[in-house]
Write a protein that binds this ligand. Structure first.
Ligand SMILES: NC(=O)c1ccc[n+]([C@@H]2O[C@H](COP(=O)([O-])OP(=O)(O)OC[C@H]3O[C@@H](n4cnc5c(N)ncnc54)[C@H](OP(=O)(O)O)[C@@H]3O)[C@@H](O)[C@H]2O)c1
Length: 365
C-alpha cells in the first residue's frame, strides 16, 4: 500500500459516478478530495464535508485543476464538457481516472498526443475498459489478438423495430442491469454507449477497430474478453457495480477491498451472448464507421448524439430519431482532423449546429 496521501480532483462530483467515488474515498484515509466540480448543482455542503477549498460549479475546469494541483483527476463529467480536463491531466502528466468516455471519443488523437508528452497513467473507469485493462496488464502487445466488449442490450433488446418508435423516456431510462446518469442510460438503450466505448477502446488500447468486437450479454456479468494469439481468451467477471472499477482506478495498483461481494458461481450465473442487431440499433454501426473514418467524425458523432439525446429527454423527438439525427449529421460534416483544441471545439460546434437543424426536420417530418 502506498504510504502518502493521494489528492483527488473529482469532476462531476454530484453525478452517479461522482457519488460512488465519494463512497470509495470515504473508506480510505489515504485518499483525499482536493477539488470538486459540478455542472449546476451547488457544492458548498459537499466541499465543507470533505474539507475542500477548491470547488467550482460550471466554468473552466482547468483553472480549478491548476489551482488544486491534484495527484489524480477523476473525470466523471458527462459529455464534451469533460474534454479540457482530460487533455489537461494527460498533458500535465497527472494520473487520469477516466469515466468521461466522450472526451476520448471526441478528442482521441489530441489526447493520445498529450498522453505521450505527459506520460501519466490513464486508468479507465468504464467497466468494460477497466476489465480490458486488467486482462491486458503484463501481456506483450504482440500476443493480443482481439477484444470483445459486452453490452447488456439495454431495456429494448427484445423490442420489435416498429415498437421502438413510440417508447417513452421513462421506459428508456429503466436500465435492466446498471444504475447510471440519464445520458448514458439513454445511450445504453440505443447502443450508442457501446459505439462510444468501441472508439474509447481503440484509443485506450491502440487496437484497430476490426479487432474490437461487441457482443450482447444481457446479465452484464462478463465485462470484457481479451483473445490471445494462442487461442486462449481471458474474461473479466463481476457483479455490475461501478464501485469496483472506480475503486480499481482510485487505488491502482493496490486493488483495495470494496463492499461489493464476489460472484457466487454455484448459485447460478447466466452467461449468454448474442450478436447485436444493427437494424434496430444503428448507432453502434454508425460509431464504428465514424471511428474508422477518423478525423473529427467521432467528435461529430458524439456531438450529434448529445444533442439528440437531450432532445429525446426533453420529449422533442422520438427514440428512433436519435440515430437519424446522428446519421444525418455525419453526412453533413467534413470530418477534417483537428490540429488543436480550438479546431476540435469548432468541429464539435459545427456538428451541433447540423444536429440542431436535423432536430427541426425530425419534428416537422
Ligand atoms: N454512471 C455510470 O455507471 C457510468 C459507467 C461508465 C461510464 N460512465 C461515464 O461517466 C460519465 C458520468 O456519468 P454519470 O452517469 O455519472 O452522469 P451523471 O449522473 O449525469 O453526472 C454527470 C456529472 O457531470 C457534471 N457536469 C455536467 N456538466 C458539467 C460541466 N460543464 N462542468 C462540470 N461538471 C459537469 C454533473 O453536474 P450537475 O449534477 O451539477 O449537473 C454531474 O456531476 C459519463 O461520461 C458516462 O458515460 C458512467
Amino acid at each position: 500500500m502506498a504510504s502518502s496521501v493521494k489528492r483527488i480532483a473529482l469532476l462531476g462530483a454530484t453525478g452517479s459516478i461522482g457519488r460512488q467515488a465519494l463512497e470509495i474515498v470515504d473508506q480510505h484515509p489515504d485518499l483525499e478530495i482536493c477539488a470538486l466540480a459540478s455542472g449546476s448543482q451547488p457544492l458548498d455542503e459537499l466541499a465543507q464535508a470533505h474539507g475542500v477549498d477548491h470547488f467550482r460549479v460550471g466554468g473552466d475546469l482547468t483553472e480549478l485543476l491548476e489551482a488544486s494541483r491534484p495527484d489524480l483527476v477523476l473525470n466523471a463529467v458527462v459529455g464534451f464538457a469533460g474534454v479540457e480536463a482530460t487533455l489537461w491531466a494527460l498533458e500535465q502528466g497527472v494520473t487520469l481516472a477516466l469515466a468521461n468516455k466522450e472526451s476520448l471519443v471526441a478528442a482521441g488523437d489530441l489526447a493520445l498526443e498529450a498522453w505521450k508528452r505527459g506520460g501519466s497513467a490513464l486508468l479507465p473507469v468504464d467497466s468494460e475498459h477497466s476489465a480490458v485493462h486488467q486482462c491486458l496488464e503484463g501481456r506483450a502487445p504482440e500476443t493480443v489478438d482481439s477484444l470483445v466488449l459486452t453490452a447488456s442490450g439495454g431495456p429494448f433488446r427484445n423490442r420489435a423495430l416498429e415498437d421502438l418508435e413510440s417508447v417513452s423516456v421513462e421506459e428508456a431510462l429503466a436500465h435492466p442491469t446498471w444504475s447510471m446518469g440519464p445520458k448514458i442510460t439513454i445511450d445504453s438503450a440505443t447502443l450508442a454507449n457501446k459505439g462510444l466505448e468501441l472508439i474509447e477502446a481503440h484509443f485506450l488500447f491502440g487496437i484497430p477497430y476490426r479487432k474490437i468486437e461487441v457482443v450482447v450479454h444481457p446479465s452484464s456479468v462478463v465485462h470484457a474478453v481479451v483473445r490471445f494469439r494462442d487461442g486462449a481468451a481471458l474474461a473479466h467477471l463481476g457483479h455490475p457495480d461501478m464501485r469496483v472499477p472506480i475503486s480499481y482506478a482510485l487505488t491502482y495498483p493496490d486493488r483495495r477491498a470494496t463492499p461489493v461481494p464476489g460472484l457466487d458461481l454455484a448459485a447460478g450465473v447466466t452467461l449468454e451472448f448474442e450478436a447485436p442487431d444493427h437494424t434496430r440499433f444503428p448507432l453502434l454501426g454508425l460509431a464504428r464507421e465514424a471511428g474508422e473514418r477518423g478525423g473529427t467524425y467521432p467528435a461529430a458523432l458524439n456531438a450529434a448524439n448529445e444533442v439528440a439525446v437531450a432532445a429525446f429527454l426533453d420529449r422533442r423527438i422520438g427514440f428512433l430519431e436519435i440515430a437519424r439525427v446522428v446519421e444525418d449529421t455525419l453526412e453533413r460534416v467534413d470530418g477534417a482532423p483537428a490540429r488543436n483544441l480550438e479546431e476540435l471545439v469548432e468541429a464539435d460546434a459545427d456538428a451541433r449546429r447540423h444536429a440542431e437543424a436535423g432536430l427541426t426536420n425530425a419534428v416537422t417530418s
